[in-house]
Design a protein around this ligand. Sequence first.
Ligand SMILES: [Cu+2]
Length: 212
Amino acid sequence: MSSMPVTAVAVSASAGVASGQDSTTATPGVRNETESNTPQVTQPATSTSTASNASDGPTQTVSVGPGGALVFAPGTDEPMQITPGTTVTFVWESNNHNIVVDTQPTDASWSGHNTLENEGFTYSYTFETLGTYDYYCEPHRTAGMGATIEVVESIESSGGAGGEKELHDLGVPIQAHWVGAATILGIIVTVIFTFYVLKYGESAHTGTGRNQ
Ligand SMILES: [Cu+2]
């Protein structure tokens, strides 16, 4: 696990050199860009008071290339579901990635972020139009670095990541905990029982041999 980021960074760096992008994007200077199809500017600091304003909508974070892995997380393994008005902040966690919009609802106008960026860059966009958005990273598209955002009226509790996380956090560990505790207790009881039977036991075999 500890050697993985080093390898991944090396791969990303060599990919940058090969594609000629390293000279322009090598500086890990943080440039932030916020884009929205609503007139309001998102201010996360004030997002706790009212829910009626679009600028106070929910937020989501997508990791771009976390640990050098060629994925958007969440979004690659399974579609990320959000509700209209959600501001998604993409956080670059490795180098030489971009966001190219593949398909989107006909009345949506997401332009993605076509410029290749490096670790530390963030880009935000507020999704308002219902539907499915497919996007990919151009340098790593063939490696499977594509993802899906689904803007839905309400998040499905069964298929969403929240439901699964709840199951893992509550049900499974508790069950495993008690099964493990019972097993260990059983082993200890068996060992103690066996010890006393062997030392003080008066079964037919040990008893007759010692007492007569
Ligand atoms: Cu990429």
